[in-house]
Ligand binder design. Structure first.
Ligand code: 26Q
Length: 781
């Protein structure tokens, strides 16, 4: 077998590259090419009839590819040593790769963790998404304010995406539908349509074991063939109309209304994807048995138009009747819900939807009518609820209802979230059809979020319990035996210290603020949103600061609070919170009277490659959403398996983390989901708790600036009755922080709890989540 060295030499000769003076980018290209060739020869012929799953998602966040693939091929050490003979550090080469930011956050990264686990479990499961030209915006701070810059991630060093020349389809928008009878069959003709070409690109997803190579398929929009009758100007317009569809990823601002381009993107993905599945089906035994071989999973409602699109293809193109088509679709499609927030439930105004997608709209209307009729006839107890359950009602198309009605299984992403879905948000559907609903708690891949990002910890674990945990993360429970081993706990503590120092040396060098590696690192990293309550953390920091100003000895050791978060560009409140955190940071960080006991840093441009640095260095994990609002959370799991202790509310998967790790090993606080249903009056908390008054007054009394720049934050908490109940939980949050401070002075006990968290993290593996999907949802795979 050729060694990596031989392959690299061969490849460089073929391309006449001189390795002596190759740039880091050239090394990256070279390594990528060799790796990709190796992976494609590794692909073993599989039973083409085995069921395949297509995971449709508007977002994927795979992280840098080269590092993962070198690791999976067992080539990391060889690469390191070969490059060192040219005085090149492999790390520097890997760092040139742009992070494909093709997602907003949790939902996109979940999709990528699932792809990893499916490959690892030798399951045929592929991703189906869009190849955005620009990823999520790059965040920079200018005088403490977020500014957004374009992310042309493919332009510089990137991993090669392979185009599939035999997979091109036309996707049509607008126009008029004409139907006429042709003998026994309805024939559809369209006029005045805007047509766009979908081209398929793919990248292999390798499992840790290398035996299964799956694909991440991404579609790119291009103009259809040049029409010579068009003027140059018309051709330019046509090109723009096409390419803009996959130009950029929409930042999650939780309201889809009015964004016609977003609707186009969604239809483009499902139409191209569904047409591709039909092509595969024709190759493999015909469309009637098609869905014995193919499963479709939709990641939230964003790809829910796959339901009417499959109906369209079965009926209009293949000539099946409604009932037969509907039976196939509703056995094959499954849907995961990722949110309970009413404002995040996708709905499109009919006036916008119908002209853009006339045939899809007709089919949706038909699905809706049949559904409403069946409720009327077979669930008379729900007759008064029909308009609340309808897909088309109150002038809108309700995508959640479409997804639920057209899917075989519907699941939530944590036990609490699934329970709330079934008893509140989708209660009428669940009562009518309880078997349709299930729950699969999210999980993440330990191979990425522990082994890759924290190699020192991974090595320590291997020494202690062997490396079988990489394939079976439940094995981590064996680490519990080391809770009484002082040398082991001390080693754990050393690794954390080194990771903190690495974060300081790499990521925090930009900051003027000097960070003490001996301080307690408290990390709050996730999208910036009201319900995630970064503002609660910030207000508490201000409270801590006022205490320290009175008595710096109040803390026996220093604390560092690290934030990393992007706000949606149109989300004014979230942007104001970013600004407020910067402001308190600048006051606190330069106040000598507190003797360096407190530092606050907002790290720019949170993304996967930053999470890789930040998470292994965290000692405290902030998971402080208002209970009932965070569907699951997955950052909580990433921090847990890297040994951080959670300060958190009883929300999403944090509840289950406490069940597995033990409440004693976490700092839970605040109201639970049921409490948040009770009446609330924020002003009463303000009136009765002097600490709250003291932290809120500076927002409006000129402490930070002459003009009242934070009065909107103040009003949201007081006049607008504090939608996310920060004030309700302030006191118990402060108390939980006091417990953290107490525990940190007993380092051995701290490390013991840290180890308990790592040991209990096996359940939160995406391998387990995929097994649950196999058992509860994809029962045919
Ligand atoms: C919708 C319409 C228009 C533009 C954008 C969007 C949009 C984009 C992304 C709406 C939502 C999202 C992303 C949601 C998300 O990441 N949800 C998170 O999913 C995780 C995985 O299940 C959970 O752990 C988190 O709790 C949930 O917030």
């Amino acid at each position: 077998m050729d060694s990596l060295k031989m392959l690299l030499l061969k490849e460089s000769q073929q391309h006449h590259l001189s390795l002596q003076d190759a740039s880091l980018e050239t090394w990256h290209d070279l390594l990528s090419r060799v790796v990709q060739k190796k992976i494609s020869t590794n692909r073993i012929a599989k039973d083409t009839y085995a069921t395949q799953l297509f995971y449709f998602s508007m977002e994927f966040l795979p992280g840098r590819f080269l590092r993962n693939n070198l690791d999976h091929l067992g080539w990391l050490d060889q690469a390191k040593s070969f490059l060192s003979t040219y005085e090149i550090d492999l790390h520097d080469v890997l760092n040139t790769e742009n992070d494909p930011a093709l997602g907003n956050g949790g939902l996109g990264r979940l999709a990528s963790c699932f792809l990893d686990s499916m490959a690892n479990k030798k399951l045929r499961g592929h991703g189906m998404g869009l190849l955005y030209e620009y990823g999520l915006f790059k965040q920079e701070f200018l005088s403490g304010r977020q500014i957004e810059l374009p992310d042309r991630w493919k332009q510089s060093s990137s991993y090669e995406w392979e185009q599939k020349p035999d997979a091109e389809y036309t996707v049509s928008f607008w126009g008029k539908v004409h139907q006429h009878n042709n003998g026994d069959r309805l024939v559809f003709e369209y006029t005045d349509q805007e047509q766009v070409q979908a081209k398929l690109y793919s990248i292999p997803i390798t499992g840790y074991s290398q035996e299964q190579v799956n694909q991440l398929y991404l579609w790119k929009a291009c103009p259809t063939e040049i029409d010579p009758s068009l003027t140059a100007e018309q051709q330019l317009l046509k090109r723009k109309k096409a390419t803009e569809i996959t130009e950029f990823l929409y930042p999650d601002d939780s309201t889809s209304e009015g964004m016609i381009l977003r609707l186009k993107q969604q239809y483009f993905l499902v139409s191209a994807g569904a047409q591709h599945l039909f092509t595969l089906a024709h190759r493999h035994g015909g469309i009637r048995t098609f869905f014995n071989h193919y499963l479709v999973h939709i990641n939230d409602t964003h790809p829910s138009m796959i339901i009417p699109e499959l109906m369209r293809l079965f009926m209009d193109v293949e000539g099946l009747g409604w009932d037969e088509a509907w039976a196939i679709v509703t056995t094959s499609v499954h849907y995961t819900n990722h949110t309970l927030l009413a404002e995040a439930m996708e709905k499109w105004p009919i006036v916008l939807f119908q002209p853009l997608l006339p045939r899809i709209y007709e089919i949706i209307v038909e699905i809706n009518e049949r559904f409403c009729r069946s409720v009327w006839h077979h669930h008379s107890e729900k007759r008064d609820k029909i308009s609340d359950m309808a897909i088309v009602s109150y002038g809108h198309v309700h995508m959640v209802h479409l997804a639920v009605i057209g899917s075989n299984k519907v699941n939530g992403v944590s036990t609490l979230h699934s329970h709330l879905l079934q008893t509140e948000t989708l209660v009428n559907f669940a009562q009518m059809n309880p078997k349709k609903f299930t729950s699969v708690t999210n999980g993440i891949t330990h191979r990425f979020w522990l082994h890759r990002v924290n190699p020192a910890l991974s090595d320590l674990i291997n020494e202690a319990i062997g490396d079988t945990w990489l394939q079976d993360p439940f094995e981590l429970i064996k680490l519990a035996d080391f809770q009484t081993s002082t040398p082991f706990l001390e080693e754990l503590s050393k690794i954390k210290k080194r990771n903190k120092q690495t974060l300081i040396d790499t990521t925090l060098t930009f900051s003027e603020t000097k960070v003490d590696p001996g301080s307690l690192f408290d990390v709050h990293c996730k999208r910036l949103h009201g319900y995630k309550r970064q503002l609660l953390n910030a207000l508490h920091i201000w409270h801590l600061y006022t205490e320290l100003r009175e008595n710096p000895d109040r803390l026996p050791f220093p604390r560092t609070f690290l934030f990393a978060a992007k706000a949606a560009p149109g989300y004014a409140f979230a942007k104001k919170v970013i600004h407020y955190i910067h402001t308190i940071a600048s006051v606190i960080n330069k106040d000598a009277t507190i003797q360096g006991k407190l530092k606050v840093i907002f790290i720019e441009n949170y993304r996967i490659s930053l999470a890789e640095q930040l998470i292994p260095a965290a000692e405290v994990s902030e998971q402080i959403s208002l209970a009932g609002k965070e569907a699951s959370g997955t950052g909580n799991m990433k921090l847990m398996m890297n040994g951080a202790l959670t300060i958190g509310t009883r929300d999403g998967a944090t509840i289950e983390m406490a069940e597995h790790a033990g409440e004693d090993n976490m700092f839970l606080f605040g109201a639970n989901a049921a409490d948040t249903k009770k009446p609330y009056f924020s002003k009463s908390y303000y009136d009765k708790d002097i600490r709250i008054k003291n932290v809120l007054q500076p927002l409006v009394n000129g402490t930070f600036s002459d003009n009242a720049i934070y009065s909107d934050l103040y009003y949201s908490l007081i006049q607008n009755n504090d939608e996310y109940r920060l004030l309700q939980d302030f006191s118990s949050y402060a108390q939980a922080h006091k417990q953290i401070e107490l525990l940190y002075t007993d380092q051995l006990l701290w490390q013991k709890k840290s180890l308990a968290n790592i040991a209990a993290s096996g359940y939160f593996s995406s391998d387990r989540a995929i097994e649950d999907y196999q058992a509860r949802v994809w029962t045919s795979i």
